[in-house]
Ligand binder design. Structure first.
Ligand code: SF4
Ligand code: SF4
Length: 450
């Protein structure tokens, strides 16, 4: 018998109890205290001879009879993953400008702010002509995400241009997602309705309760934005649009999340179904220039802090349900999620387009010259076939480090741009503390508790 290369042990966050997991086989078990020492020693020595749970372990896929058996399983799951992946819609991200009406302290786009070019009808026509040709025949209709800078700016001439873009999306039947700071949302909702834009989601950044949000997300003229954003969200929900409130969390604002959660609850947003209202917590990660790193959390510390806060303020649990690498899915569905052979859609299921006519693999690489893949405006611009090939072949079986990594089928290899920034190549890892987060998630969702 051999140990599956995807089996790993971790510990429940609060009690330290042992947990055994395998994402290839979709198995997870809490190990009885009395059995933990023997399991750990067998796991280390890879010797399963005479083990009292060997039949159970074979059945659960923690061990296999042979390497060939495991390879067979990997092939089967990879094929299923690829088939499912094919069915997911491609996301086409269009940056309408690098201009923003906010002056957030931590904005990674500050380095692009000298570009004053904004969307016009000519660019819109070029964009739709390109995407119709290149993506129009995909079996699942792609959707377009507009972002900036800020995609919902207030000026009349800008507004005309973005509405022309949205009108084209209606004409060519592309659903629209919007990543916005939310300041002008309230003024745009009637326009979306008038045009009949098929809105998939509106993601609005709100960085904590009123006080914290207003201390970091102010307009260029210094006006606080919290109340106006919340009115816009309210209108959007009433109009039937799906809202995702995203908070950028760091050490300065994490303690204000319960205040935000309470506000959102009191305002009735939590009464909408999950299909209409979601929340996301993110870190301002190390993509470009950003705030001082001593204010930033690493993933593990952010989630342990969140866990502790949620114990103290249960409203946080109502507001946000973290994925914790499949633990939310397990608590909701009774199974682990399907293995993820690739967590980075860049250059496969995601493409990004800037205002200057260039094409990139995703949002994280937009505007960065070394990640330019071609042009949607200028047919003479060279297409970077080699880099496109690198993006399209990046997955946990092709990144050498990931191909040996037991948690790879939940990590997915991380972000390709961050991996490049760290290691100088796209086919390199961007690691996540999967095992530790599983340990927190088991606790958070009370998995295995009566
Ligand atoms: S490179 Fe990073 S940001 Fe871009 S699609 Fe991949 S994971 Fe997402
Ligand atoms: S990026 Fe790191 S943690 Fe993720 S699969 Fe690869 S080696 Fe494992």
């Amino acid at each position: 018998m051999i140990t599956s290369k995807y089996t790993f042990l971790t510990n429940k966050y609060s009690s330290g109890d042992t947990i055994i997991v395998n994402y290839l086989s979709g198995s997870i078990d809490l190990v009885e205290k009395d059995d933990a020492d023997e399991l750990k020693s067998r796991f280390q020595s890879k010797n399963w001879d005479g083990y009292k749970y060997s039949d159970y372990f074979l059945d659960r896929g923690y061990v296999f009879d042979s390497e060939e058996d495991e390879l067979e399983k990997i092939r089967e799951k990879y094929l299923e993953f690829s088939q499912e992946y094919e069915k997911t819609p491609t996301q086409l991200i269009f940056s309408t400008s690098f201009i923003c009406n906010f002056a957030c302290k931590y904005c990674f786009q500050e380095e692009y702010q000298n570009s004053k070019k904004v969307i016009d009808n000519e660019i819109t026509d070029a964009f739709f002509s390109y995407v119709n040709k290149r993506f129009g025949n995909e079996s699942v209709k792609p959707y377009i995400t507009i972002f900036g800078g800020e995609p919902l700016l207030g000026g009349e001439s800008y507004k005309k241009s973005i509405l022309y873009f949205l009108q084209k999306s209606v004409e060519f039947k592309y659903p629209i997602a919007i990543v916005t700071n939310g300041y002008e949302l309230i003024n745009y909702i009637p326009e979306f309705q008038k045009l009949g834009v098929d809105i998939k989601e509106i993601q609005v950044t709100v960085d904590g309760d009123r006080e914290h949000h207003n201390s970091r997300r102010i307009t260029k003229t210094g006006t606080p934005s919290f109340d106006r954003i919340m009115d816009g969200i309210d209108d959007a929900l009433r109009a039937g649009y799906r809202i995702n409130i995203r908070s950028i969390v760091d050490k300065e604002n994490i303690n204000s999340l319960p205040g935000l959660a309470q506000y959102v609850k009191d305002r009735g947003f939590l009464d909408y179904p999950k299909t209409k209202f979601e929340s996301t917590l993110g870190r301002n990660y190390e993509l470009h220039t950003c705030q001082k790193t001593d204010k930033l959390y690493d993933r593990y510390n952010m989630w342990t802090e969140f866990f502790e806060l949620a114990k103290e303020f249960p409203v946080l649990k109502e507001y946000h349900q973290p994925q914790f690498h499949g633990m939310r899915y397990l608590s909701e569905n009774g199974d682990l999620p399907f293995p993820i052979f690739d967590g980075c859609p860049a250059g496969k299921k995601e493409w990004a387009f800037d205002i200057h006519g260039y094409v990139y693999g995703c949002t994280a690489s937009v505007g960065v010259e070394k990640f330019r893949l071609g042009s949607y405006i200028n047919p003479d611009e060279p297409v970077n076939e080699e880099q496109i090939r690198e993006w399209s072949t990046r997955d946990v079986l092709t990144i050498p480090e990931c191909s040996k990594c037991p948690v790879s089928l939940s990590c997915g290899g991380g972000c390709g741009v961050l991996a490049y920034n760290e290691h100088g190549k796209i086919h390199s890892p961007n690691c996540r503390p999967v095992a530790d987060l599983v340990g927190i998630g088991v606790d958070y969702y009370g998995i295995g508790e009566e």
